[in-house]
Design a protein around this ligand. Structure first.
Ligand code: SF4
Length: 424
């Protein structure tokens, strides 16, 4: 069995030996993307496994092993990890955990330390925790974010965003119920096979798979009875995670609307761009700034190709990152990047301008940064666009689901009323 080694700061290192023996548990956040990210990790030799549990015990474990002041996303992720470890599906002496560390001014930078504290409290402090970060915050000899892994993750995000965008535009209108879900299951298998290929990283293969995803969705038969569109924005975890937002996407689709969720990739571009912005304004390594700027331009080049194909296939294309950023002008400064920063406001403006003035702004209870750039901007947006119909919803492990549902239902009934009166 791999010997435990420690870093200078006392944390347990994830070693090369552990890479061969240990299962790396990945918490679920975005169901359209994380399966693909796990396939990408497996293709790099990690025994990665996605945690999918979402029962009450998990919430209970999170509350038990973290404190009341901590953000809801941290509590749920910690709960999911502890719950999985306690259920002993794996030998807990051969398991490691991976968690993102943003490195920004928000509390998300410290989730990893809170997780280690929780493991200690649960008498499992020997479980190594890997930090997934782009800024070299914590290093592990057995886990390196090499260009090849970055490239594979890029593909995973691109595929995930494409599938998510198309499903939302087709599922409410499909003639044969379940067609989208069946196709998604097939595509999941194709993406897994894509990563198992000897040469997954060729532009041609990535492009062909992306094009085939779009073409196969285009072939699904639909009947277009127009419906109001409802956007979901907010703090990244509660925006995408069904566990964090009490299955908001499903709730809204059951109410009969078309859901619009902005692409996950924009958050990553926003993070790179924010770092480049800080270096320019406050100083820092110029080389890093140029690398980040190149990365944003390179990723956008590939995304633009996909967006064009989506548009040519008769679907609504997501807006470019540059355009999204420009939308925030006059509303909020682009130097605001604690939490989701200007991105959250810009996404709401984009939705309003593109036919989805009905918006659920999801916020973890007590999340100050996103209350400022989300809830705090609603009045300004309403003054600018009177047709906007935005409801801020706080998500908390002890919040009343009925209360959340009542407010969402009220927003949806306003959406239907406005939609009907617009159509005359
Ligand atoms: S964005 Fe909000 S929920 Fe996320 S770490 Fe910051 S304060 Fe916590």
């Amino acid at each position: 069995m791999a010997k435990l080694e420690y870093a200078e700061d006392g944390r347990i290192l994830f070693t090369e030996e552990m890479k061969k023996e240990y299962t790396v548990l990945v918490p679920q956040m975005a169901p359209y993307h994380f399966d693909y990210l796990v396939y990408a990790m497996r293709s790099e030799g990690y025994k990665a496994e996605l945690l999918t549990s979402d029962d009450y015990e998990l919430i209970h474990e999170g509350m038990k092993y973290s404190h009341n002041d901590i953000c809801v996303p941290a509590m749920l992720v910690i709960g999911q990890f502890i719950d999985a470890l306690k259920k002993r599906k794996h030998d807990i002496h051969k398991v490691a955990l991976i968690i993102a560390q943003t490195g920004g001014g928000c509390r998300a930078s410290n989730y990893i330390k809170i997780l280690r504290k929780a493991l200690k409290k649960a008498h499992m402090e020997f479980v190594p925790v890997i930090s997934l970060n782009a800024g070299g915050l914590e290093k592990n000899p057995g886990f390196r974010v090499r260009p090849r892994l970055i490239h594979k993750m890029h593909d995973a995000l691109l595929f995930g965003d494409t599938v998510m965008t198309l499903i939302h535009q087709i599922r409410p209108y499909e003639k044969e119920k379940g067609a989208c879900e069946r196709l998604k299951a097939e595509i999941d298998k194709d993406v897994e096979a894509y990563y198992q290929h000897r040469f997954p990283l060729t532009w041609g293969r990535s492009k062909r798979l992306c094009d085939s995803i779009i073409e196969r969705f285009q072939a699904i038969e639909t009947e277009k009875t127009p419906r109001p569109k409802v956007g979901i924005v907010g703090e990244i975890y509660v925006k995408y995670s069904p566990l964090g937002n009490n299955r908001l996407e499903k709730t809204l689709e059951n109410e009969g609307v078309e859901v619009v969720i902005p692409p996950l990739y924009d958050f990553f571009l926003y993070s790179f761009d924010s770092r480049a912005h800080d270096i320019k304004r406050y100083g820092g390594p110029r080389r890093e700034r140029w690398i980040l700027k190149f990365l944003v331009a390179y990723i956008e080049f590939w995304r633009e190709r996909t967006r064009k194909k989506i548009e040519k296939s008769g679907f609504e294309r997501p807006v470019s990152y540059k355009k999204l950023k420009s939308l925030s002008r006059g509303f909020i400064d682009v130097g605001t990047h604690i939490g989701e920063g200007w991105l959250l406001t810009a996404e709401m403006i984009d939705l309003i301008e593109h036919g989805a003035p009905n918006i659920v702004c999801t916020q973890p209870f007590g999340c100050l940064p996103n209350h400022i750039v989300g809830k705090g901007m609603i009045k300004k947006l309403k003054n600018h666009s009177p047709q906007s119909n935005i409801v801020p919803i706080d998500y908390d492990t002890s919040a009343s689901k009925i209360n959340q549902l009542n407010r969402i239902t009220l927003m949806v009934s306003n959406a239907f009323r406005n939609f009907e009166s617009e159509r005359g």
